[in-house]
Design a protein around this ligand. Structure first.
Ligand code: GLY
Length: 358
């Protein structure tokens, strides 16, 4: 007698998804809406890694090189966001706090504001316009680039909403269930081997984020490694005039406002394997950079600090699509922009799997 589930005792699903982060959850929801039976396996708790750690910035023009494939992907995904958010909110009754009221990138006095770092999609704004938009900004900052259609989404709320939507559609989510191997029979996918037994399904999707390269089996490998980012959360209730109203993005530091006077501050970019330790000196540095832009923030003690792992793929490009053998797919390597690229990734992969035309 075995207490573990196995393919002989559990009914097979059409599709097994490895990793219940935003990417896995979004794809699960899409495939389940199309009528597939889907099970998601997570080694821990759904949405507790990069999806939880992210800032939720939706800033393709600041994140990607103009004209690059990633920049096009980012633009398309950003355009999908309003409908995507609207449908998800309606389906679940949960708000995901989508804000597309612009991102502000302060310029140093020496920066010209023409050519890089901005481009013609950003508007150069002067001190009056800047104060109007951001009354609490350091008075030494007199010019900025304003990316009017960009913004942010509350990534934790997005993850919770996707999880609720999945459950509502009958997607089974198995927490604390680590996928060890992808199983192959007769040159095609037959299921997965997990810490609690084997499960059969003709389709397996690897959306395991930073852990994607650890999935075993005689299947095509994905090259992914974790890049650490440290972040903090400030709680600035009742100081609406002193804190950022828009996402503020300056070189390596960004500030992302949420509801209720909360502000997310990021980030570091560190190549340290799976280490998620928070270094107080790094947090202090981030807070200092934040306070250089919004002096009020200097007095606010961090309410929370954390580190997350960005899943970085080869050449920093995500892998989205079929791998070998037949039935195996991946949606991995979104690095700094998994939240931004979620709607597009879901669509690209689901259409490939469902055989729809893109
Ligand atoms: N999206 C910014 C970051 O990865 O920190």
């Amino acid at each position: 007698h075995s207490s573990s589930f196995s393919s002989s005792t559990a009914s097979p699903a059409d599709c097994s998804i490895i990793g219940a982060g935003v990417i896995g959850l979004a794809i699960a929801r899409r495939l389940a809406s199309a009528g597939l039976s889907v099970t998601i396996y997570d080694k821990g708790t759904p949405g507790s890694e990069a999806s939880f750690a992210a800032g939720g910035m939706l800033c393709p023009r600041l994140e990607f090189k103009k004209g690059s494939r990633l920049s096009q992907m980012g633009e398309i995904s950003l355009q999908l966001y309003p409908d995507y958010a609207g449908e998800l909110e309606e389906e679940t009754g949960l708000s995901i706090d989508l804000r597309l009221d612009g991102v502000i990138s302060p310029l140093d006095p020496a920066e010209t504001g023409g050519g890089e770092p901005g481009d013609n999609t950003a508007r150069l704004i002067d001190v009056d316009a800047l104060r109007d938009l951001e009354p609490g900004i350091n008075h030494g900052i007199t010019r900025a680039l304003y990316y009017e259609e960009e913004g942010s989404v509350d990534n934790r709320a997005l993850t919770r909403a996707l999880e609720a939507a999945c459950r509502g559609l009958g997607v089974e989510i198995r927490s604390d269930c680590e996928v060890l191997d992808v199983l192959v029979e007769d040159d095609r996918i037959s299921g997965i081997r997990t810490s609690t037994g084997d499960f059969s399904s003709p389709i397996v999707i690897n959306s395991a984020g930073s852990w994607a390269a650890k999935i075993g089996g005689t299947v095509e490998k994905v090259e992914i490694r974790p890049i650490k980012g440290q972040m903090l959360l400030l709680d600035c209730k009742d100081n609406e005039d002193e804190i950022p109203r828009h996402t503020i993005y300056s070189h390596s530091t960004y500030l992302v406002p949420r509801g209720d006077g909360r502000v997310i501050v990021g980030t570091t970019v560190e190549d340290k394997g799976f280490d998620k330790e928070v270094d107080p000196a790094a947090i202090k540095n981030l807070l200092q950079s934040a306070a250089e832009m919004f002096p009020f923030l200097e007095k606010v003690p961090p309410r929370e600090s954390w580190a997350g792992l960005r899943p970085m793929g080869e050449q920093n490009i995500p892998t989205i699509g079929a791998l070998s053998p037949r039935g195996y797919y991946a949606a991995v390597g979104h690095y700094r922009n998994g939240i931004l690229l979620t709607p597009l990734t879901q669509e690209l992969l689901a259409r490939e799997i469902l055989g729809e035309s893109v």
